[in-house]
Design a protein around this ligand. Structure first.
Ligand code: NAD
Length: 262
């Protein structure tokens, strides 16, 4: 999807936004939408090739590709330094990078548990910590953390992921309380199932090897009658990071087609 194909409107005009995990899926849709709304965007991803491709699509004058492992402190510092050097300021951070886990609590491995917490929780902590001085220097800013419906209801065979996303919700509230007096808003999105590469193994497993059956069984859980699109989540992220949400902080938003309303 090119920036030109996305309807723009200047809601992030003059802002510099870092989007982690922006090489594909929700992060890619969000970085593209933010740029279409006037932001200069740091397309940060573990996969340098995917980050470069998305930055190229957005356009080199508005986008910087950055290879980063959000779970690694040195890597995060280098990414944030590069962003500040290139654009001279940082106003917004979308902590979107995340990984799934596999298994009910008695089947989950310690390695899977630790990786899930390292990327989803420690990554959110490290990236947030690294940008706060930049946000304050610019007179304030906003951080958006990526939770999941898995933080709000139990999802079968997803023990580590549910726990990690629950931690992201709790961290959001803690950060919001600490940072509000310093002019920084912090919110959390909890998407329902969005059809992205991340979800394919889960959908296939749910369908006992049959992807279509996995999809059908999943859609049954969604009153709205479909799964989410990356653009559905990007639209909510745009609002929460824009000045239109100036009075919104510490909030947790399911964007889930009614899945958690039942
Ligand atoms: N897809 C869904 O149904 C869904 C639902 C709820 C929440 N989420 C959350 O939304 C976020 C994005 O999900 P998605 O479906 O777009 O995933 P995706 O797998 O399509 O994209 C995630 C991107 O993050 C990058 N990434 C992974 N580990 C990283 C790391 N350590 N450092 C930097 N980048 C890293 C990957 O390279 C990938 O490009 C995740 O936090 C996920 O948990 C997704």
């Amino acid at each position: 999807m090119s920036v030109d194909a996305v309807q723009g409107g200047g809601r992030l005009e003059g802002k510099v936004a870092i989007v982690t995990g922006a090489g594909r899926g929700i992060g890619r849709a969000s970085a593209t939408l933010f740029a279409a709304h006037g932001a200069r965007v740091v397309v940060a991803d573990l996969d340098a090739g995917r980050a470069a491709e998305v930055a190229r699509e957005i356009g080199s004058e508005r986008a910087l590709a950055a290879a980063v492992d959000v779970a690694d402190q040195g890597s995060v510092t280098a990414m944030v330094d590069a962003a500040a050097e290139r654009f001279g300021a940082i106003h917004l951070l979308y902590n979107n990078a995340g990984v799934n886990s596999d298994g009910a609590v008695d089947r989950a491995t310690l390695e899977d548990w630790e990786r899930c917490f390292a990327v989803n929780v420690t990554g959110t902590f490290l990236c947030s910590r690294a940008v706060i001085a930049h946000l304050e220097a610019g007179g304030g800013g906003a951080i958006l953390n990526q939770g999941s419906v898995a933080a709000l209801v139990g999802i079968r065979n997803f023990a580590a992921y549910c726990a990690a996303k629950g931690a992201v919700v709790a961290l959001t509230r803690s950060m919001a309380v600490d940072l509000a007096p310093r002019g920084i808003r912090v919110n959390c999105l909890c998407p329902g199932t969005v059809y992205t590469p991340l979800m394919e193994p889960m959908l296939r497993e749910r369908g006992e090897g049959d992807m279509q059956r996995g999809l059908d069984l999943t859609i049954e859980k969604y009153p709205i009658g479909r799964l989410g699109e990356p653009e559905d989540i990007a639209a909510a992220a745009l609002f929460l990071l824009s000045d239109e949400a100036a009075f919104v902080t510490g909030s947790v938003h399911p964007v889930d087609g009614g899945m958690t309303a039942q």
